[in-house]
Design a binder for this molecule. Structure first.
Ligand SMILES: Nc1nc2c(ncn2[C@@H]2O[C@H](COP(=O)(O)OP(=O)(O)OP(=O)(O)O)[C@@H](O)[C@H]2O)c(=O)[nH]1
Ligand SMILES: [Mg+2]
Length: 350
């Protein structure tokens, strides 16, 4: 899957204006009748449900809209250039590149059907009919169509999810995802089985919850170690993080602080609501250490669950709490977005 691509978008060129004079039987000196050129087409990017990644941009780097047609006699305007609509997945963020190389946010296509104009078409040129004046009644000039806007843009896909499961490699993220959703990820007893983010749908009476698993994080992930760094961007737009710890790891208590440190060091993730889940408690060695682990995690200040993704122990409780926290978070988001809407009311007339 492709999550980031830089492309060039170009609006179509405007068609040229036309130089033409009316010539008909019994109408001598019919006057200038050259029509204007048509405007160039625009490049639009649209969030579509049928596209899963930015794979279209793997080979194609330039996206050019259609050119406007030339004007013609009888004051006929050239036809407009055909607009080019590029479909991208919901959750694509678009940046433009400044001359300094800095990326400036242009649009965030976070809802289905949202679209943004990224390159305008050039204006069509004027035909000679437009240049006629009282002094110059037979102008032999027309203007050329303008070239379309040209822009280097960067598209970045950031998945929009309700719950994101993060954890060290082999902690059981895929097993938990398979247990709580309809996803069927690959599960194996070696690290980095999952190399791409995986989405699952968790059905509920009220609505479906989207759950994601991102590849395992290792120490230094925020600096690019392992696979995690590239995929942490998908955790940026989740409502809840589930820290999944491998209960059978001898360093399970330190694992939590390593994981939390990596998450905190990645921009914009430290404030996210979170749940800690210690997995694999069906194993005898984990059961033996459970009291000690519980004591260490008692004062964390976040909900902690002791689960077994394989046997399903306490998974339902974890899911219920997760749904409750996601609902709370979406209510908060709604309140904030409503508070940001300014309503302008006209003053009553005297
Ligand atoms: N006993 C026990 N084994 C588990 C449990 N959950 C996962 N496992 C095992 O742990 C191993 C790793 O599980 P995965 O679900 O692939 O772990 P992951 O975190 O997705 O691993 P990566 O994708 O490689 O990072 C598999 O052999 C699972 O069967 C559990 O609750 N109990
Ligand atoms: Mg996995």
């Amino acid at each position: 899957m492709i999550y980031k691509r830089a492309i060039l978008v170009k609006g179509g060129c405007g068609g040229d204006g036309c130089v033409s004079f009316r010539r008909e039987k019994y109408i001598p000196f019919g006057g200038p009748d050259g029509g204007d050129g048509g405007d160039g087409g625009r490049v639009i990017i649209i969030a579509s449900p049928n596209v899963l990644d930015l794979g279209l941009m793997r080979w194609q780097k330039e996206f050019v809209a259609g050119n406007g047609r030339r004007g013609s006699g009888w004051r006929k305007r050239g036809s407009k250039g055909v607009d080019l609509a590029i479909s991208v997945p919901v959750g694509t963020v678009i940046f433009t590149k400044a001359d300094s190389g800095e990326e400036i946010l242009l649009a965030d296509l976070s809802t289905l059907g949202r679209k943004v104009l990224v390159a305008k078409g050039g204006r069509g040129g004027l035909g000679n009919a437009r240049f006629a004046t009282a002094v110059n009644q037979a102008p032999e000039i027309a203007s050329k169509g303008k070239s379309g806007e040209e822009r280097h843009i960067v598209l970045e896909l950031k998945l929009i999810t309700d719950i994101c499961i993060v954890g060290h490699p082999n902690s059981g993220k895929s097993t938990l995802l398979a247990a709580i959703s309809k996803a069927k990820p690959e599960i194996a007893d070696y690290p980095f089985t999952t190399r791409q983010p995986i989405l699952g749908v968790m059905p509920d009476d009220r609505r479906d919850f989207i759950v994601a698993e991102i590849p395992g994080l290792v120490e230094g992930a925020h600096l690019g170690k392992g696979l995690g760094n590239e995929f942490l961007r998908h955790a940026e737009r989740t409502r809840l993080l589930v820290y999944l710890l491998d209960g059978s790891s001898p360093t399970v208590i330190d694992d939590l602080s390593t994981l939390d440190k990596e998450i905190a060091l990645y921009k914009g993730l430290s404030h996210k609501p979170k749940i800690v889940a210690v997995n694999k408690i069906d194993l005898p060695e984990v059961k033996a250490r459970l009291t000690e682990v519980k004591q260490c995690f008692a004062g964390l200040g976040v909900p902690v669950f002791y689960i077994s993704a394989v046997s399903g122990h306490a998974v339902l409780e974890l899911v219920r709490k997760a749904m409750e926290m996601v609902d709370q978070e979406s209510h908060d988001e709604e309140r904030i977005s409503q508070a940001q809407i300014t309503v302008f009311r006209p003053k009553p007339r005297k």
